[in-house]
Design a protein around this ligand. Structure first.
Ligand code: 6R9
Length: 649
């Protein structure tokens, strides 16, 4: 019957989705009961130099965690993302680059040009002494050269590690030291919403910090034409080096399990984790999920707004879409600069069919009313997708009704840096979306809910979200620290991969992600360990103790609420508040700037001296009516005074 069928699905079906409901059921069942057969046939979407015969060898057992996929296969990621498209689609556009400033020159990079640039840069890196297995740090704005750099590393088997350009020199230095990178690729400066970011100067500052003398070369893209300080012998100009390099560079054969990249992410302790992804499984998973979850068809224009500094930028701006030969929009700026209409303008200009963005961007646009959609048609849109944090139903509905004019499917995708690609989402054409729900597992993904004691929960339930078996896109280890990998993800619930997220399963069997169950907060889709912010704060000479929690924030999803006790003789005042804000910005980066700072003389602690975060979270959320049991506190009076002076009212 026609009536009652949601328009979004109708339009999608008219245009023939890859997967319908019956196909999803069949394929999902096969992916679980015959994992080897399913993934063997999925591996065929990739061009191998040597076809894999060993499909999987995995164990989640805490005594012996190992994850290997397609272990005897050989391939090169850039061959798959570029070379194999050249014959049929060399003139096809790979990247449509939209600058921060709308009046500035745009760029179109065809697959043939992408090939030339990547080969030149790969040869440059080799000439500068980079070998297979060496680490190369990228600290780049959202410009095509960032994509060239990732792919150039992959072409010669170097391991890239992209650090988000909004991170501070300190954060960059810590990551360089951890993976002992020998070369840094950066730009003179970046630009976002009209503001310049001094990237090269930040690299200079980072390389003065301890542990970074592993870096012998800094390659600098002349993006804005500012003249940064120059260290002769160490710094090299991108344009000069590229001009001196040939465009011929064969793609090195890599083993499927050779590392492709390291991406640092926050955990519950202060030290960022170097999540390691390898080549074969990651690429198969990236290409498959990109095709099916976004129902991507050849010729469509696809726009992922994620920065290359995050996993979404890796899997769904670079590796997944390029492996599928897609045309990708890459945007240097932010959605509401110079005005709210920017997103609509870009959609119309490039006739974008698929838009992948973050709930925080949607909420920011929504806050300005429907104004952002004035002046654009957006009739090209057929699919809208989100990732990074839970999307509240109101934002989902607005995205669907206003941005997509009720004609595009909305796909909420749940996944993590560690999962490499999408894990739970309503596959368009196959699974009916519910506003706010991630719905059903992707092929090969076996989610389960456990209570805190590790008992499996059946039917409609809420608990810890875990995954029962491996999938090819899964991270293999943490760089240099396999023990921490096992400890973090496989020891809490032996036999399972522990996601650190909570979830609810409704009576239909659909999953709803409820948020982190550990001390990780999600601010505007950026993942941050509260311990990272705390250690930045206690490094300040006036701070004695600090406790950081998230609290509900209308635009950011979660805001950063900081409790601080000061050293004797220090007064709390507005100036100190500003000083601490600035301090955290400098230590970590602008995304970690505290929203609310609550000076207190004491923190609620148990008799054994543990800070009771549960109470701090409640007070920060302005939910002090439901504090629960506080009788185990060393001094229950602390709570009353915290409630009295709370900052979020
Ligand atoms: C892809 C990415 C991962 C954490 C994850 C969860 C949250 C991501 C979500 C979501 C609800 C979604 N998260 N997608 N929560 N619904 N659709 O964001 O990776 O930066 O590693 O963050 O983000 O809490 O555990 P990453």
């Amino acid at each position: 019957m026609e009536t009652g069928t949601p328009i979004a699905i109708k339009k999608a079906i008219q245009e023939r989705c890859w997967i319908d409901s019956a196909a999803y059921q069949t394929l999902y069942r096969q992916s679980i009961t015959d994992s080897v057969g399913f993934w063997r046939s999925q591996a065929e979407r990739i061009d191998w130099f040597r076809e894999p015969t060993q499909i999987r060898d995995v164990s989640f057992h805490p005594d012996d965690v190992h994850i290997h996929w397609f272990q005897d296969g050989e391939l090169n990621a850039t061959y798959n993302c570029i070379d194999r498209h050249l014959e049929k689609n060399g003139d096809g556009i790979a990247l449509l680059w939209e600058p921060d400033q709308p009046h500035q020159q745009r760029r179109e990079i065809r697959y043939r040009e992408l090939h030339e640039q990547v080969c030149r840069l790969a040869n440059t890196l080799t000439r500068l002494g980079v070998n297979k297995g060496d680490r190369v740090m990228l600290y780049m704005p959202m410009i095509p050269e960032a994509v060239f750099a990732m792919l150039a590393c992959a072409r010669i088997g170097a391991i890239h590690s992209v650090v988000f350009a909004g991170f501070s020199p300190d954060a960059l230095a810590g990551r360089i030291a951890d993976c002992q990178a020998r070369l840094v690729i950066t730009a003179d400066a970046g630009r976002r919403a009209g503001k310049q970011v001094p990237l090269k100067a930040n690299v200079d500052a980072a390389l003065e910090k301890p542990g970074t003398d592993c870096v012998d070369t800094v390659l600098v893209v002349e993006h804005l034409g500012v003249a940064p300080d120059w260290h002769n012998g160490r710094d090299r100009r991108y344009s000069e080096e590229m001009a001196a390099s040939s465009t011929h560079c064969p793609a090195v054969a890599m083993n499927a399990e050779d590392p492709l990249f390291i991406l640092y992410t926050s955990g519950s302790t202060g030290k960022p984790k170097g999540v390691l992804h390898t080549t074969g499984g990651y690429l198969v998973y990236a290409a498959l999920t990109h095709q099916v979850a976004f129902d991507y068809h050849p010729g469509q224009v696809y726009w992922c707004t994620a920065d290359v500094g995050w996993i979404t930028g890796h899997t769904y701006l670079v590796y997944g879409p390029l492996a599928n030969g897609a045309t990708c929009v890459m945007f240097e700026g932010v959605p509401n600069y110079p005005n709210d209409q920017r997103v609509g303008d870009i959609i119309d200009r490039y006739q974008v069919n698929i838009l992948y963005t973050a709930p925080t961007a949607i909420r920011a646009l929504m806050a300005g009313g429907d104004h952002c959609c004035q002046g654009s048609h957006r009739d090209s849109l057929r699919l809208l997708a989100t990732a990074g944090e839970p999307i509240n139903p109101a934002a989902w509905q607005w995205f669907h009704d206003v941005v997509g004019k009720g004609q595009a499917a909305v796909v909420d995708t749940w996944w993590q840096t560690e999962t490499g690609g999408i894990m739970i989402c309503p596959l368009p054409g196959a699974i009916e979306a519910k506003p706010g729900a991630a719905t059903r597992p992707f092929f090969g993904v076996q989610p389960a809910l456990l209570d805190n004691e590790g008992h499996i929960l059946t039917g409609a339930a809420e608990g810890n979200l875990v995954i029962g078996d491996s999938w090819p896109g899964q991270a293999r280890t943490l760089w240099g620290d396999h023990e921490r990998f096992v400890q973090t993800y496989f020891s809490t619930f032996p036999g399972y991969y522990c996601t650190g997220d909570g979830a609810r399963r409704d009576a239909d069997g659909d999953y709803w992600i409820t948020g982190r169950v550990d001390d990780v907060i999600n601010v505007s889709g950026h993942r941050m360990g509260t311990a990272e912010v705390e250690s930045a704060l206690v490094a300040h000479p006036k701070v004695c103790e600090a406790a950081v929690v998230g609290y509900p924030h209308q635009l950011k999803g979660q805001g950063i609420y900081v409790y601080v006790t000061l050293n004797a003789g220090t007064d709390s005042n507005e100036a100190l508040c500003e000083e601490l804000r600035l301090w955290v910005r400098q230590e970590i980066g602008p995304i970690a700037t505290p929203d609310l700072i609550h000076f207190t003389v004491d923190l609620p602690k148990t008799r054994s001296g543990k800070i009771m975060r549960r109470i701090l979270r409640k007070v920060a959320a302005n939910e002090h009516d439901s504090l629960g049991d506080i009788s185990t506190l060393a001094d229950p009076a602390v709570v009353a005074s915290l409630v009295e002076t709370r900052m979020n009212r």
